[in-house]
Design a protein around this ligand. Structure first.
Ligand code: SAM
Length: 336
């Protein structure tokens, strides 16, 4: 059992014990597919802005939806590891409830669910709670929480003129790996560029703002909240930027080949480190790049990416090593 399964088992518990009743229509924020919640597959309207989790819900027969209408008797929230995002999720959940509705929140203890529960108890009062499977589950009645909702709003990222919100990768500072990669990108960049795992658009903004010979950048990103911020950040570039809500590990789809690809790939799936994700990004870049195209990648130095790069590209150069990161340039793709 992984942490996600533990959380789903804890969330199912008050319903299994009949402490709570699942009504005919209910919603679930940051929903995750899993057997423990399968009995309510047809009841729950599941919102999930992270594409791989959204696809897992749809594949497992859950009702994955992109928007919710409001007035629900009951809602569920899977809490994340980000405090500000959790407060915003609770505020959004409370807002979606009917006047006498109930919101059930569940999170793992090591992601701070116990302290959030305490805060919610002081602020709103709780209707009930339980602890099981290293998780906290607590439920509360509808209330107003505009100040908590505001914590989910996009904010200026220090030392930039770009915004990002809680729930995105590194919303309160530029990632040092991305900043290193950006500083090394050559002035010869031109044509069509793809940014894989583009986040709130830091690298794409850098490329579009500095390299006029770049016609356009396609941003591929799994987290819809980050992509929304990227849209706002890059609005000034008009149609030189295009946005794709996509799980890059599944490839980029049918695309005209790119002249350049840049990436600072993720190496976690939830709490689990998984270098397989970055390796899948490398394969996606190889597949989508022009024969003489160039792929620039930054990664934590310890990650096993060099062999994977050499598998797919003839020329792989370590351009820089600094602050625990490595920047690679890969070119001259193998035909496979
Ligand atoms: C290390 S961050 C880099 C973000 C951005 N390029 C920057 O410089 O701030 C990796 C990004 O990949 C996104 N991501 C995670 N899994 C993904 C997947 N399977 N497909 C596409 N993007 C993914 C994350 O949401 C995150 O924004």
């Amino acid at each position: 059992m992984d942490k996600k399964d533990d959380m789903l088992r804890a969330l199912a518990l008050p319903f299994e014990r009949q402490e709570l009743t699942m009504p005919e229509h209910a919603f679930w924020l940051r929903a995750e597919a899993g057997e423990a919640m399968a009995p309510w597959r047809d009841t729950l309207e599941c919102r999930q802005s992270f594409r791989p989790a959204f696809d897992r819900l749809a594949a497992a027969g859950f009702r994955a939806v992109e928007s919710l209408r409001g007035g629900y008797a009951l809602g569920l929230v899977s809490l994340t590891k980000h405090k500000a995002e959790n407060r915003a999720l609770i505020a959004q959940g409370l807002d979606l409830l009917a006047a006498d509705g109930l919101l059930v929140c569940c999170g793992s203890k090591d992601s701070g669910a116990a302290s959030l529960e305490k805060e919610a108890a002081q602020r709103f009062g709780l209707a009930g709670s339980l602890a099981k499977h290293q998780c906290r589950v607590f439920w509360l009645h509808k209330a107003q929480a505009e100040d908590w909702a505001a914590e989910g709003a996009p904010r200026l990222v220090p030392e930039t003129d770009l915004v990002a919100r809680a729930g995105c990768f590194s919303p309160d500072h530029v990632d040092p790996g991305s900043s290193l990669l950006a500083s090394l990108l050559p002035g010869s960049m031109a044509g069509r560029v793809a940014d894989l795992g583009a986040g709130w658009g830091y690298l794409a903004d850098w490329v579009l703002g500095r390299f006029p010979a770049v016609d356009m950048v396609d941003l591929y990103e799994a987290e819809a909240l980050a992509l929304d911020d990227a849209r706002a950040n890059l609005a000034r570039f008009g149609d030189r930027a295009a946005f794709h809500w996509r799980d890059v590990t599944q490839g980029l789809g049918e695309v005209a080949p790119y002249d350049w690809v840049v990436a600072n790939p993720p190496f976690h799936d939830g709490a689990k480190a998984d270098p397989g994700i970055g390796q899948a990004f490398i394969r996606a870049a190889w597949k989508a790049i022009r024969r003489r195209g160039k792929f620039w990648l930054v990664a934590n130095r310890h990650l096993p990416y060099e062999a994977e790069l050499r598998r797919w590209f003839r020329d792989v150069e370590t351009v820089a090593q600094a602050e625990g990161f490595k920047v690679f340039q890969a070119s001259n793709r193998h035909d496979r």
